[in-house]
Design a protein around this ligand. Structure first.
Ligand code: CMP
Length: 145
């Protein structure tokens, strides 16, 4: 099924100059970039985006970290895009992520894990896309491979 997923290069990834590397991996894989914005997230958006974690002990640190500098927020489209991106990202913990995955290759620890992608729970992708993008910011075009 063709679907869209939300992906964000986190502040650590931006600061370490990894935006291009990460975008290239998804482009090379044949996924289509349909939306992108380079933004500093405010506290309100961070708390809404990570709402499911609000009772976790690391929630405060997570919100502080994700608002600490700019992020590259993107929407990628393709066949089973949510699962494809999750496979390419690796596990939440870089130490458990395979080489060849973004977190396996670049992640430092649970917090500084470089990238976020929507989980496979029904509707997570649409919810996250809607939080960050207006409909007219998602662009349609043909990819030639
Ligand atoms: P992400 O995919 O962005 O979704 C929630 C984030 O919480 C996760 O990546 C991790 O970066 C972060 N996280 C999860 N567990 C911990 C933890 N124990 N300590 C700090 N951060 C965590």
């Amino acid at each position: 099924e063709t679907e869209r997923t939300f992906v964000m290069v986190k502040p650590d990834g931006v600061q370490r100059g990894l935006i291009g590397e990460i975008v290239s991996r998804f482009e090379d894989r044949g996924l289509k970039l349909v939306g992108a914005k380079f933004v500093r997230i405010d506290r309100d958006l961070a708390e809404r985006h990570y709402g499911e974690h609000e009772d976790k002990p690391f929630f405060g640190d997570l919100v502080s970290f994700i608002t600490s500098g700019p992020v590259m927020a993107m929407v990628w489209e393709g066949q089973d895009a949510v699962a494809q991106v999750r496979t390419m990202m690796g596990e939440t913990d870089p130490a458990e992520s395979a080489p060849g995955t973004v977190r396996g290759d670049f992640g430092l620890d649970l917090g500084r894990n470089v990238i976020h992608g929507s989980d496979t729970e029904e509707g997570s992708n649409e919810r996250e896309i809607d939080l960050f993008f207006d409909e007219d910011e998602l662009l349609d075009y043909e990819r030639s491979d």
